[in-house]
Ligand binder design. Structure first.
Ligand code: ZN
Length: 249
């Protein structure tokens, strides 16, 4: 084994994602990660404590993108400002959502994974916690593994800033109760997840989001989950046989 291969294998074993192992072998996909900052000015999402979901999702994506690029990953955002990608003028609200979500997926596809960034809202201000959705009928096993990696990474970083999050777990997106079934954002041609990191409608979690370090912590959590998933995804093809006995999996 050449030294570079040994070092790469050792770093992967330590859970450190190198740019080469993460990106190699997938040259056909222009993007490694499609990041979707949820909502737009036409649909601002949850609000609370003077914060709007539409602004927070973009701010988080803009922190996360350079973190992932530092690993050598190619990252594309579905939006760089608050404008929707489509006219959002269809009379049928479901069609409006479908067209906008399909345009967002198309804007970053092909990509190895698609991560839709959201914050939660609930009529009961006491409801709080962290949850991640995946579509079991669309790259089900991979999407679930990506969801679990993101959920774990975000919970760990929230604990790291002194907040005890409520783990609401990883869920089948149909449990969200949308009349159209699976989220339109989770129907693209790659493993896909939708993360709801905190509730804007919960005073404690909204106050936490007003603190300057919270979005950075969440971005680190997303980055940890995404790099872990991609490193595991690469491991069999990139390293099996090259590092006998190394026990990459
Ligand atoms: Zn949302």
């Amino acid at each position: 084994m050449r030294l570079a291969e040994y070092v790469a294998a050792a770093l992967v074993l330590c859970g450190i994602a190198l740019s080469a192992p993460l990106a190699a072998g997938h040259a056909q996909a222009p993007n490694d990660v499609g990041l979707d900052p949820g909502h737009s000015d036409a649909d601002v999402g949850a609000v609370g404590a003077g914060l709007r979901e539409v602004d927070l999702t973009l701010a988080l994506a803009q922190r996360l993108q350079p973190m992932l690029e530092a690993y050598g990953l190619r990252v594309a955002l579905t939006r760089e400002d608050n404008r929707p990608l489509t006219a959002m003028s269809h009379r049928d609200p479901t069609e409006r959502i479908r067209l906008e979500q399909e345009a967002r997926i198309a804007a970053v596809t092909p990509a190895r994974i698609y991560v839709s960034i959201h914050f939660n809202g609930h009529p009961n201000p006491g409801v709080r916690g962290t949850e991640t959705y995946y579509n079991p009928d669309n790259f089900g096993a991979e999407s679930r593994r990506l969801a679990e990696a993101l959920q774990a990474g975000i919970l760990a970083e929230l604990r790291g800033i002194g907040y005890e999050p409520l783990d609401r777990g990883v869920s089948d997106d149909r449990t969200a109760g949308k009349p159209y079934g699976h989220f339109f954002s989770l129907r693209g041609p790659q493993p896909s997840v939708l993360v709801e990191a905190l509730f804007l409608s919960n005073p404690r979690e909204a106050a936490l989001l007003r603190e300057p370090g919270t979005l950075d912590a969440l971005a680190r959590g997303y980055a940890a989950g995404i790099t872990r998933y991609l490193a595991e995804d690469d491991a069999p093809a990139e390293h099996t046989g090259r590092a006998p006995g190394a026990g990459i999996r």
